[in-house]
Structures are given as structure tokens and as C-alpha cells.
Design a protein around this ligand. Structure first.
Ligand code: EPU
Length: 334
């Protein structure tokens, strides 16, 4: 295993920004992790593991420790539509693999960029599916106890864009994840924008392959391709607000999208940004919001993470002033 010194991190984040890692190493298996962790202990370094870098932002200071790039490969068929997958496998290639077997469960999560191991961290979700609905367990290396552990679904503290893995960044290095898929197709009505696409195009086939095609079309129309435009997908989490505030805003904006939750009302961060005039908004430091989905912040030609954070503050301050709502960043800032 190679441990490289002073590596720039910008190319490891899809936002394309950030300083240097003191050390960096590619991880292919458990032995590599054990070697890297003991190197870090000897040199008194903190460690972090990253996947495709699609949901993290490195600070300009970089990382004063050892960054491990997850490249653990392999898919094992455990029978009963259950697969154990290396955390370094590409997420969408695995989605395609299951769709090709006519299995349902993650077809709505088609074309989400990133690697398998990142999926449980923020409990990825789109068009009504979340990884928590099919994931059975996660195999991790616990860096506090230096041992391999199995964390079951019910122990993962999954909620909207959150999990035990996100709450304890650095503690659990993800080795494999196991998912159990279904032979039954999903049934309408689907998530609003997806159903609309199905109806408008007269699609009545709800097979995984058909849904995958539809999701890819909807995503392509709305979201930038991270291979072409630097971005981290949704940059803010949809906020949950009190009934009182929801009522207050609805009085002025009766068309505000909102969804009742156990603990209040989830509202659309995209809508809030749109109402503040931030759709297709280009700032002179090289940051912008995407033309078809203002929730996606894109890096057109910014040079530093400070540029990005300055831009973030312009957006959040404006939403705070107009609506009294504090938007929270979705990507993890390291
Ligand atoms: N909207 C606007 N203006 C716009 C775009 C959207 O007002 O320009 C409003 C519309 O009212 C729309 C609402 O925003 O009904 C919601 O938009 P959308 O269906 O695109 O969903 P979202 O809540 O903005 C979430 C996820 C996405 C996921 C989509 C589809 C979060 C933070 N984001 O976005 O996830 O693809 O739903 O399920 O939950 C990601 O996490 O990177 C991501 C792209």
C-alpha cells in the first residue's frame, strides 16, 4: 500500500475545491485499512475515509491527517435477492446491475453519483426511495476500537439525510454494505415529479428498467452532470419548520410546497431559494446556482472553498431575512 504525502484534495471532491492532505492512501481491502490505521497511530494522525467525494467539501486548510480513498471492490450474491457490495464499487453501476436482474428497491436512486459506501452515510434518497429501505447491514472498521463490526439497519439511526455514520464522521470506515431487493415492482402513485413524467409520456410500465429510464430523464432535465459541471447535488437539506411558521408563510404564499412530518412541516429549500431570486444566479467569485434547480450550487470558476462559503452565506442570509429559516448544508465540510 502506498501512502503519499502532501496531496491536493480538490480532485477528490466533486466541487473541485480544497487544500492539501498531509497523507493520502488508496484502500483496497481490510489489510490496507489496518496498515493505514497503524501508520496514523505511529505518526499521531487523524484519519478520514472518503468515497467518490460527491458530498463533501474540503476546507482550504486541507486535512492535517491521513485521507483514505475507498476502493474496496466486489459484489457477492448471498441468495434471496440479497447482495453484499464493496464500499468502493460505483453506486450507479450497482443500481444498473440490480435493475438488469429485474429487481426493485433502488431503481429510483439511479444516476446518483458516488460510491456504495457513501450511500448509508447520508441515507441517500430520491423520488420516494431511500437506501434505508433496502439496506440490511453495514460492515465497518471501528477506528475507536480497531475492529470490524456489523451495524444492522435498525442500529444505523437512519433519518432524512442522516445516520449514525454521518453523526460520527471518522469513527466508522465502511467496508461493505448489504442490500435486500424485491421482486415486486413499485406501485403508483410515485413521487410527484416522477409520476408526472410517467403520465405525460404515457408510461404504464413500472418495471425497474422502465423506472430507471424515467428517473434518468427527469434527473438529466433538472440536475447538472457532475462529470461536466462541478457540484455536490443538493447543497441544502429541506428544512423542517414549526406549524406556526408554516401557517405564517402560507398566508403570504399559499402555493408554498410543504409536507407534514411528525415534528413539523418539511418545506422545499429549492422553493425558498427560488423565491429569494436565486435561480440561475451567478456570483462574481465563480459560484452559481443551477438554472433548473436552485438547490444545486455549482462551481463555475471559483478558486477556493472560502469563495464557496461566501456564496453559501449570501444564500442562507437572504433566506433567513426573508423567511426566518436557517438553511443547513447537506454536504459534509471537512
Ligand atoms: N422548486 C422550486 N423551484 C425550482 C425547483 C424546485 O420552487 O426551481 C420546488 C418545487 O415546488 C418542487 C420542490 O421544489 O416541488 C421540490 O423539488 P424536487 O422535486 O426537485 O426535490 P427537492 O426536494 O428539491 C430532493 C432531494 C434530491 C432528490 C429530489 C428528488 C434533498 C435535499 N434533495 O430535492 O436529492 O433528487 O428530492 O427526489 O432532499 C441530492 O441529495 O443531492 C439530491 C439531488
Amino acid at each position: 500500500m502506498n501512502i503519499l504525502k502532501d496531496q491536493n484534495l480538490a480532485k477528490y471532491s466533486s466541487m473541485g475545491l480544497g487544500g492539501d492532505a498531509k497523507y493520502l492512501s488508496e484502500i483496497k481491502n481490510l489489510e490496507d485499512i489496518e496498515e493505514a490505521v497503524s501508520f496514523a497511530e505511529e505518526h499521531d494522525l487523524k484519519t478520514i475515509m472518503i468515497g467518490g467525494g460527491n458530498n463533501l467539501i474540503f476546507s482550504d486548510k486541507g486535512y492535517d491527517g491521513l485521507v483514505m480513498i475507498n476502493d474496496i471492490k466486489g459484489i457477492s450474491d448471498l441468495g434471496d435477492n440479497t447482495f453484499k457490495v464493496g464500499a468502493g464499487e460505483d453506486w450507479d453501476e450497482f443500481v444498473k446491475f440490480t435493475v438488469d436482474k429485474n429487481l426493485s428497491g433502488i431503481e429510483c436512486l439511479s444516476k446518483i453519483p458516488g460510491k456504495m459506501g457513501s450511500a448509508p452515510i447520508q441515507n441517500i434518497g430520491a423520488y420516494g426511495q431511500e437506501i434505508k429501505d433496502t439496506l440490511t447491514e453495514v460492515e465497518v472498521f471501528n477506528t475507536e476500537e480497531n475492529k470490524v463490526e456489523i451495524i444492522k439497519n435498525y442500529e444505523s439511526e437512519f433519518s432524512y439525510r442522516n445516520s449514525i455514520f454521518k453523526k460520527n464522521i471518522g469513527k466508522y470506515l465502511i467496508l461493505t454494505i448489504t442490500v435486500k431487493l424485491n421482486t415486486e415492482y413499485i406501485k403508483p402513485p410515485l413521487y410527484e415529479s416522477l409520476q408526472k413524467y410517467m403520465d405525460e409520456n404515457n408510461i404504464s410500465d413500472y418495471s425497474p428498467a422502465s423506472i430507471r429510464r424515467a428517473v434518468i430523464s427527469v434527473r438529466m432535465a433538472k440536475l447538472p452532470d457532475p462529470k461536466e459541471i462541478k457540484n455536490c447535488g443538493s447543497f441544502f437539506i429541506n428544512p423542517i419548520i414549526s406549524e406556526e411558521l408554516q401557517q405564517e408563510i402560507i398566508r403570504e404564499y399559499p402555493d408554498m410546497p410543504n409536507w407534514k412530518q411528525e415534528n413539523g412541516y418539511k418545506i422545499s429549500a429549492a422553493w425558498l431559494l427560488d423565491k429569494c431570486g436565486f435561480k440561475d444566479f451567478h456570483y462574481d467569485n465563480g459560484m452559481a446556482t443551477w438554472k433548473n434547480q436552485p438547490l444545486v450550487v455549482v462551481n463555475e470558476h471559483a478558486k477556493t472553498t472560502s469563495d464557496l462559503l461566501e456564496f453559501r452565506d449570501i444564500l442562507t442570509d437572504s433566506v433567513k431575512n426573508k423567511f426566518g429559516i436557517e438553511l443547513k448544508m447537506e454536504p459534509v465540510l471537512i
